[in-house]
Design a protein around this ligand. Structure first.
Ligand SMILES: C[S@@+](CC[C@H](N)C(=O)[O-])C[C@H]1O[C@@H](n2cnc3c(N)ncnc32)[C@H](O)[C@@H]1O
Length: 254
């Protein structure tokens, strides 16, 4: 039997394998048809191109391809000005990548990771708990099923609230700025926050400067915005708008 010390945490990959396999299989199907009528080579090429793009993205996000996913999670930690004392919340924690990193970085903190863990994603509470055990932070991590649109905590319950690439995913709230507001409800007065998302996609969050003003109008004392999509370690092909080409971090103090 393997001990937890020999196991590696599994934080998953933001590119679901279905985005590789479905276009790949459709490409093969149309390639077969192209032997009957060459015109089918056109959709075959298109599907191979799409599958190839997602395969490349999957690889670059993974540890073998440069760990871009982990480095993007790390950007949130770089924008935290927190003393590490008290309670932290990670909203939409996935497999607990950021939750575990927070617990490792702040040995005095207790960290809660919450997620909807819906069918669209290959993440689970069980894997989160296993990752926390493997990395030796299980005693200070709690994982809980909850929706980012209506978090089951009192106002101001946390000294630090973070979230990575989750708000835009919340399907039951049309205006994703309300998900951001719900996240800020969790921060206690004087507490810190750092959220990374597709904040440069105006169709979702509006103009970034106006977003900062809006957040301030909710009574948030300090709000800063930084374009993390410009980080030089992000490969050019991953900078397409629907991938991570429009990400930024909103951080500050309530
Ligand atoms: C791109 S993943 C990011 C996961 C994690 N934050 C990370 O950095 O690895 C988006 C996450 O949002 C979660 N999510 C989607 N809708 C949600 C909701 N309504 N409430 C909570 N989490 C949600 C998904 O389950 C998924 O874990």
């Amino acid at each position: 039997m393997q001990t937890t010390a020999a196991l590696k945490p599994d934080y998953g990959n933001w590119v679901s394998k279905k985005f590789i396999f479905v276009p790949g299989l459709l490409g093969l199907l149309f390639l077969g048809l192209a032997f009957i009528a060459p015109v089918w080579a056109i959709p075959a090429s298109l599907f191979f191109l799409i599958g190839g793009y997602f395969l490349f993205s999957y690889y670059r996000f993974s540890p073998a391809g440069g760990d871009v996913q982990s480095r993007i999670v790390g950007l949130i930690l770089e924008h935290l000005d927190w003393d590490g004392h008290g309670k932290a919340l990670d909203i939409g924690c996935g497999n607990g990548a950021l939750t575990v990193r927070l617990a490792q970085a702040f040995p005095a903190a207790r960290v809660t990771g919450c997620d909807f863990w819906g069918r669209n994603w290959d993440y689970s509470q069980q894997v989160c708990e296993q990752n926390a055990r493997i990395t030796g932070v299980a005693e200070r991590c709690l994982f809980q099923k909850a929706s980012a649109s209506a978090l089951p905590f009192e106002d101001g319950s946390f000294d630090l609230v973070v979230s990575n690439l989750t708000f835009h995913e919340v399907s039951d709230t049309a205006d994703k700025r309300q998900v951001l507001r719900e996240a800020l409800r969790m921060v206690k007065p004087g507490g810190k926050f750092a959220f990374q998302d597709l904040f440069l996609v105006e169709a979702i969050f509006g103009d970034p400067d106006e977003l900062v003003s809006l957040v301030k109008s909710w009574g948030i004392r300090k709000v800063e915005f930084v374009r993390t999509c410009d980080e030089p370690f992000i490969p050019a092909l991953l900078k397409l708008p629907f991938m991570i080409g429009r990400i930024g971090i909103l951080y500050g103090e309530k």
